[in-house]
Write a protein that binds this ligand. Structure first.
Ligand SMILES: Cc1cc2nc3c(=O)[nH]c(=O)nc-3n(C[C@H](O)[C@H](O)[C@H](O)COP(=O)(O)OP(=O)(O)OC[C@H]3O[C@@H](n4cnc5c(N)ncnc54)[C@H](O)[C@@H]3O)c2cc1C
Length: 348
């Protein structure tokens, strides 16, 4: 008898799995490699919304859980995952500069914004209106994290590379039966794969496709992240991620020509040096209408849960939300109403 079946080993699935393994639970994790959001993510953790200079939802609190979580995984997996890296926001007008300083009136935001404007950060990235620096930001190498964590799950013999077939799941005598496995509980961490999940697919999960270009530029020599209309994210060895795009309509997993052209056009106005495109990746963000996660227990099937809806901020949200879900299941601590799927009472 298992304690938990997990479906999905993206940022949500590994945060949930880690919490359960830590408390000695007997789990199995199904992963079918159908979704790539967590693998292709930029991995940026940045509490500030760089359009409006406001704090993202509970981001300062999430940061306090996320960084120790990824640090502990670095030790466990013996892999370097975190690169602390400032984000430089390019200003396009005096008004934007003023908004930056006005935002600093709020102490919660001021903690992350540098009061000094920087006129030049790199000769290949000119700005007529300088840059502002966001502090306490960085990047998690999510591709490496997922590779290493899935390998760790395989070593524990709890990882099953297989499509979880929702219609094969049976509930009998308060336990779930799935292809010979019996489990007290099941948690779906299936990201945009939830669209195929008959138990939760009425929840308002609107996938949002994101794409990055990978470029190589020997001349750029940039070691910080830069945000203008798009991000430039250094990967090392003269490689950079450029993006990302946001597309609510296209739900196909493949990279597109449209996104490539859009990103190239933006990039050419941002940097002045030569580069070549060496790759392009795409994934579907599990985005929600109210931009809050979807967490909680199915109203009809007791013991069945979902942990989803991390949108464009899975790196920061994942560890906090996974902890809240497990605290609810194991200790009865209520899930906050703003993330609880009960807010969509009629949908599951
Ligand atoms: C281009 C792009 C850039 C991004 N940049 C950032 C960033 O810089 N910072 C940040 O915080 N966030 C970023 N995000 C968002 C972040 O990637 C998501 O919030 C996060 O990945 C969601 O994680 P998840 O585990 O819920 O979903 P997913 O990553 O989609 O994971 C779900 C997993 O479940 C598996 N699965 C689904 N159905 C089944 C099934 N039936 N059987 C078995 N397995 C199944 C899938 O294969 C997948 O591995 C970005 C996203 C994109 C697309």
């Amino acid at each position: 008898m298992l304690d938990y079946i997990l479906v999905g080993a993206g940022l949500s699935g590994i945060a949930v799995a880690e919490k359960l393994i830590d408390s000695g639970k007997n789990i199995r994790v199904f992963e079918n490699h159908s979704q790539s959001s967590s693998t292709v993510a930029g991995g940026i953790y940045n509490p500030v919304i760089l359009k409006r200079f406001t704090l993202a939802w509970e981001a300062d609190e999430q940061l306090k859980t996320a960084i120790p979580f990824y640090r502990s995984l670095e030790k466990k997996l013996k892999t370097s995952l975190i690169s602390e890296m400032p984000v430089y926001r390019k200003f396009h007008s005096v008004e934007e500069q003023n908004n930056w300083f006005a935002a600093m009136d709020k102490p919660s935001v001021a903690a992350f914004l540098s009061p000094n404007l920087i006129s030049q950060i790199n000769p290949n990235i000119p700005s007529d209106f300088s840059f502002g620096m966001v502090k306490n930001t960085g990047v998690i190498n999510t591709e490496l994290l997922l590779d290493a964590y899935r390998k760790y799950l395989k070593e524990l013999d709890v990882f099953i590379t297989e499509d979880f077939q929702y219609d094969m799941l049976q509930l009998k005598n308060d336990q779930f039966n799935y292809k010979g496995f019996q489990s007290k509980r099941i948690i779906f961490c299936d990201g945009f794969g939830m669209a195929r999940n008959p138990f939760f697919n009425k929840l308002p999960l609107n996938g949002n496709k994101g794409e990055y270009l990978i470029i190589k530029s020997e001349a750029l020599k940039l070691e910080v992240a830069v945000k203008s209309s798009i991000f430039i994210l250094p990967l090392g060895k003269d490689l950079y991620k450029i993006g990302a795009t946001y597309n609510n309509k296209d739900k196909t997993p493949e990279p597109t020509e449209d996104a490539r052209e859009y990103l190239l056009e933006k990039l050419r106005t941002l940097i002045t040096c030569d580069f070549e495109v060496v790759g392009q990746v795409a994934g579907i963000r599990p985005a929600t209408a109210d931009r809050k996660p979807l967490v909680g227990e199915h109203s009809e099937y007791k013991g069945m849960f979902c942990c989803n809806g991390f949108g464009s901020r899975g790196v920061l949200i994942g560890p906090t939300v996974a902890r809240k879900l497990i605290d609810f299941i194991e200790n009865g601590t209520p899930i906050p109403s703003d993330i609880n799927i009960r807010r969509y009472a009629k949908k599951c």
